[in-house]
Ligand binder design. Structure first.
Ligand SMILES: [Zn+2]
Length: 347
């Protein structure tokens, strides 16, 4: 390998990304962090009108541009209404599972009055009080947000500046264990974003110039299927980095990188996916091939959006996806190695 991997720095970046709220469509804080992370490397961030962030590294061949994407957005909620007792009624942003959210802390991002903390509760919130506390279905009509302020009616919540349309991030609860496991709500897809930021640092630090222009893209609408739906014309290939799946009939593993042959929308590009497998073999990268059942990526969102691109997807195996997720540093490092192999090999 022509570069060193700084695992400590990679994990620090991962924690910073995870602890910066960026629920679907809420980009101000995460964009500021990205700018701070790449600025020391003499790089700036460009944005398109839908707030996908791009960091661009020019290649020896200015004629061809390939893109690696990792979405910044995380699943979360949006305020639907304020109820008479001061609780917030919400709708989902992305594939939430309320069973995993009950009792979690949240941040309500208001438009003009800053953030408020709160928690996710079930209407029948106490086994001491409600006969149906265990049985009541954990879904929208029954799940509310309790704001951590002295507010007990609609008017007092409105007076805080909270209103329908405010976005809600869930506490990510980042934990790094001595055994190298990372637990957090937002491994998806902050682990991939950390990988791309580390690729950027490796390229700059080692004076590596890829053959083609490399654009690192960070969409903010992936979890609702719109992330990569727009891709600039210059981009010929779109390699999406997103979590690999673990479970029944999946081959994913927290210590490996998954190369996906297809997702619920479409097979990924035959040649590009085959090339990624060859690169994994040539570079002794611990990988599996897989397909994803209930899953779409930025690469298939790009296809769906009518873009003229070659799509593929890779990512670290992740347990408990869209719940309190877990992966391992080894899976993140294998994903980094395959990303770098692709960047330096692109034909
Ligand atoms: Zn994802």
């Amino acid at each position: 390998m022509i570069y060193e991997i700084n695992q400590e720095r990679l994990l620090k970046t991962l924690q910073e990304l995870i602890e910066t709220p960026s629920v679907v469509g809420y980009y101000p804080c995460i964009h500021q962090l990205l700018e701070e992370l790449v600025e020391p490397y003499g790089l700036t961030v460009d944005y398109d009108r839908r707030h996908t962030a791009y960091v661009k590294i020019s290649g020896q061949n200015p004629e061809k541009t390939v893109c690696l994407g990792a979405h910044f957005d995380t699943i979360g909620m949006v305020v639907r209404s304020i109820e008479e007792n001061g609780w917030l009624s919400v709708r989902n942003l992305g594939g939430l599972n309320f069973h995993s959210l009950e009792g979690e802390n949240v941040l309500v991002h208001t438009r003009f009055n800053g953030d408020y903390t709160g928690m996710v509760i079930c209407k029948s919130h106490s086994v001491h009080v409600f006969d149906d506390a265990r049985e009541l279905e954990r879904d929208f009509p029954n799940m509310k947000i309790l704001i951590d302020e002295d507010v007990h009616d609609k008017t007092s919540v409105e007076a805080l500046g909270i209103r329908p349309g405010d976005l809600i991030s869930v506490d990510p609860k980042f934990v790094l264990t001595d055994t190298g496991y990372i637990k957090s709500r937002h491994i998806d897809d902050k682990a991939s974003a950390a990988v791309l930021i580390e690729c950027i640092r490796i390229l700059v630090e080692n004076g590596l110039q890829p053959k083609n222009n490399i654009w690192f893209a960070f969409p903010i609408y992936e979890e609702i299927g719109l992330g990569g739906a727009y891709v600039p014309d210059e981009v010929e290939e779109y390699l999406a980095l997103d979590i690999g799946l673990i479970g029944h009939e999946q081959s994913g593993d927290e210590k490996k990188v998954s190369i996906s042959g297809a997702d619920r929308i479409a097979p990924y590009d035959w040649d590009l996916t085959s090339r990624l497998i060859e690169l994994a073999e040539e570079n002794d990268i611990d990988y599996v091939t897989d397909i994803y059942y209930r899953y779409g990526s930025d690469a298939t969102a790009a296809l769906n959006g009518g873009n003229n691109i070659v799509p593929a997807t890779i990512g670290m195996g992740t347990m408990n996806s869209h719940g309190y997720e877990r992966t391992h540093i080894d899976g993140i490092v294998e994903t980094l190695k395959l990303s770098m192999a692709y960047i330096m090999d692109s034909k």
